[in-house]
Write a protein that binds this ligand. Sequence first.
Ligand SMILES: Nc1ncnc2c1ncn2[C@@H]1O[C@H](COP(=O)(O)OP(=O)(O)OP(=O)(O)O)[C@@H](O)[C@H]1O
Ligand SMILES: [Mg+2]
Length: 319
Amino acid sequence: MSLLEVTDLRIRYARQGRVRAALRREPHDFEAVSGVSFRIDAGQTLGLVGESGSGKSTIARTLIGLKKPASGSIRFDGQEISAASRRDWARLRRQMSMMWQDPVGSLSPRLTVGSLVTEPLRIHGMTGDRAEAERLLGLVGLPAEYISRYPHQLSGGQARRVGVARALALDPKLLIADEPTAGLDMSVQGEVLNLLNEVQKRTGVAVLVITHNLNLVRHVTDRMAIMYLGRFVEEGPTDRIFDHSHHPYTAALLSANPEPDPDARGARVTLSGEVPSPVNRPSGCDFHPRCPWSRPECGKTVPDWVPEGDRGHRCMFPL
Ligand SMILES: Nc1ncnc2c1ncn2[C@@H]1O[C@H](COP(=O)(O)OP(=O)(O)OP(=O)(O)O)[C@@H](O)[C@H]1O
Ligand SMILES: [Mg+2]
């Protein structure tokens, strides 16, 4: 049994300009996440990548109960949680932890690092003493003397470590990190990357990491999923997808990533055109207007998910 099992998840948002939409007899809402299925095993890391607006954070918000799905199933640790009650969530929040995008901004400036890392324990009625603060700082490689420092005295990388320590305070089974390296310079990105690796080895926590940083995906994830307009276009073991992607969108994303070894990749694929909006989906395959290999059928039929062993893709003419 997987720790997290998501099946055919659909998430809708209200449209802007609803009155005008109603006059034109258009629907009041749109599907930002459109039939997504995946699983994460205990202790595993899944990377979620895709362009801005593809629905990554929407999935994260729904997993932690901040947004209700329109349909589909979310099973966490054997329990269906897509319609969990408030009381259920009080318990679930301890087992699923979210690391927010802006770590410094999300740390209260008036609290010391020691109070910050143990705050989740106090919120849940437990004592967060000095020993606990030291243990948490140890998990993220910060020396005990940081307990008395304040957020403004931390570097970007250290603030991120404090954010990770807070997220680990309640000993969660799943950690969700939305853009953990955004806004950091390259050397600090490397630091965060190693940190996530170490934390996972030490605690065995499962991780869902959302990122634009393909280097991060390559070095910290077991599996990766590539999203386009609210759908997965490819999912599978990270090394095999980097080795040979089947979906043209994956190939385009990976070839746009600066590759240290110039011989490691074949011809570069460049993505042209704007990312379409989920409010106005193209007909057929979502990606066909931008796909260098598009054929006439691609504009007519929405491709099915094609499972191939432990990976899968959504393309009628895979690479
Ligand atoms: N509260 C909201 N109300 C209406 N539409 C929303 C809302 N939040 C997100 N959306 C829309 O849903 C779609 C998915 O947004 P989401 O934030 O999940 O994307 P993302 O993949 O996390 O992007 P980014 O990489 O920029 O963080 C987008 O079209 C976005 O405009
Ligand atoms: Mg996002």
